[in-house]
Design a binder for this molecule. Structure first.
Ligand code: SF4
Length: 466
């Protein structure tokens, strides 16, 4: 009987079985940032411990960094304290840091792959839920909490529950105007926000195999929003091509040896899955969330569910509708937006910005909309500027910012105000997520956000681009 990639990586990283039934796993790469590390480092200091493997630890700053005015000290004293603590901790414990002025700075899940730190067959941990992003490379990425960050810093190990594997095959060809974001929102809508609990999601099928690494990262990124602990794609030629020449990827003969090993850790053709799901790509449309979790979504030409359509979920659906100010049966297209946000570790990579720029070129943001583009990393920003994408966005009335998490969450100056409605390329539409308790978030692809920005309302991007 063959094995899945998850089983192979799990077995190779198992240190021992714990009496709790958990597995103690060795962690190949620990990515850290300013928000989930201060207490973890304090705990190490209090016990006189060191970081077990600084050579397998890499830090960046992303969650709290301003994307507009980045002079130090930051105006926000708490943010300044947090970044200063990370700088001190990295210095004291010998951890590499891509700081605010470093050309490698950016959102932790953007820079890991970009620098070639993320590689197939690795176990990766990070104190952020969306660490599943790294699964796009055939790595097994765990989002962890602060106490687990402490454990990994101290021991380079993590205690994990065993996982089942659900294969999700996306077969066929995506129609024009339908993107990886629409694929993953559809998966979450169909399987539910809790549908993946206790599972790893293996994404496969011809549509996934044809995807770029950026697109695969978008899909794996949101695995956690469907309840899956981990999401991954088997490594292939697209993966290897992406990694070649990256600063931390193996080079020369070492790359050839690594490629042979990376190939071997892909799921075997006769691997057994706990569940198998097929999604037909041809049937997909652009998707928009209408509610307060990423599973509450509909096709852009759909209508907000009524109580009858919601069935057992009627009460939750009614509450979400009320929070969002929507009526049963109301078309989502035409819902007015106040803010358009293109960014976050889900959709802030170069290909995302290119697709959005294609929509806004020669158009202008609607007068009542505040629109911003926040590249995922300093490198994405520079590459976009070299292509002139910043000029396209600026000419259309977008603000062009520096790299950070920005409006994905309300931990920096980029926040919604009052009950503003935001078309967002990020990953969570929970109440209060974007910094205002009454702010309303509509998740969609970056191209759809661009379309909403210029129309001033939710619109089918297929009407704007041919
Ligand atoms: S962009 Fe959002 S989800 Fe991604 S790392 Fe930052 S806060 Fe977390």
């Amino acid at each position: 009987m063959g094995k899945t990639l998850l089983q192979k990586v799990w077995d190779l990283h198992t240190v021992r079985m714990l009496p709790s039934g958990q597995t103690q796993l060795f962690i190949g790469l620990h990515l850290i940032h300013e928000v989930t590390t201060p207490q973890a480092f304090d705990a190490l200091r209090a016990r006189g411990w060191t970081v077990a493997r600084p050579d397998r630890t890499f830090a960046t700053v992303d969650h709290i960094v301003p994307t507009l005015e980045r002079r130090r000290p930051f105006l926000d004293v708490l943010a300044e304290d947090m970044i200063a603590a990370l700088e001190r901790n990295c210095r004291d414990f010998g951890v590499r840091l891509a700081g605010i002025d470093d050309g490698r700075q950016g959102i932790v899940h953007v820079i890991g792959p970009e620098l070639g730190l993320t590689q197939p067959g690795m176990t990766i941990a990070c104190g952020d839920s969306h660490t599943s992003t790294h699964g796009a490379f055939g790595a097994v990425g765990f989002g962890i909490g602060t106490s687990q960050v402490r454990d990994v810093l101290a021991s380079q190990c993590l205690a994990m529950e065993p996982l089942k594997v659900r294969r999700i095959r996306v077969t066929g060809t995506l129609p024009r105007g339908v993107y990886a974001k629409d694929v993953v929102l559809t998966i979450i809508q169909r399987l539910g926000v809790g549908g993946g609990v206790g599972h790893a999601y293996e994404y496969a099928g011809s549509a996934v195999e044809r995807m770029s690494m950026d697109e695969r990262m978008t899909i794996c990124n949101m695995s956690i929003e469907g309840g899956a602990r981990v999401g991954y794609v088997n490594p292939d030629a697209t993966t290897f091509e992406y990694l070649k020449g990256r600063p931390f990827a193996p080079a020369g003969e070492a790359f050839d040896r690594a490629r042979a090993w990376w190939t071997s850790i892909a799921s075997d053709p006769d691997a057994r899955y706990d569940d198998d799901v097929e999604i037909r790509a041809e049937a997909l449309t652009p998707v928009v969330t209408w509610g307060v979790n990423p599973g509450q979504s509909i096709a852009v030409n759909g209508t907000v569910p009524s109580d009858r359509e919601a069935g057992k979920e009627a009460q939750a659906v009614a509450e979400a509708r009320s929070f969002m100010g929507l009526q049963p049966g109301q078309p989502i297209a035409g819902m007015k937006v106040d803010v358009a946000f293109i960014g976050s570790c889900t959709n802030s990579r170069l290909s995302d910005l290119r697709e959005a720029a294609r929509v806004v070129r020669g158009r202008h943001v609607a007068p009542h909309v505040k629109a911003l583009v926040v590249p995922g990393s300093a490198a994405v920003k520079q590459a976009a500027e070299e292509e002139g994408l910043d000029e396209i966005f600026r000419a259309a009335g977008f603000e062009w910012r520096s790299a950070g998490c920005s409006m994905c969450l309300g931990m920096n100056p980029d926040k919604l105000e009052g009950s503003q409605v935001c078309a967002a390329s990020s990953n969570r539409n929970f109440k209060g997520r974007q910094g205002s308790p009454t702010g309303r978030t509509l998740l969609m692809s970056p191209a759809m956000v661009a379309a909403a920005a210029v129309e001033g309302a939710v619109v089918d991007v297929r009407e704007l681009v041919t």
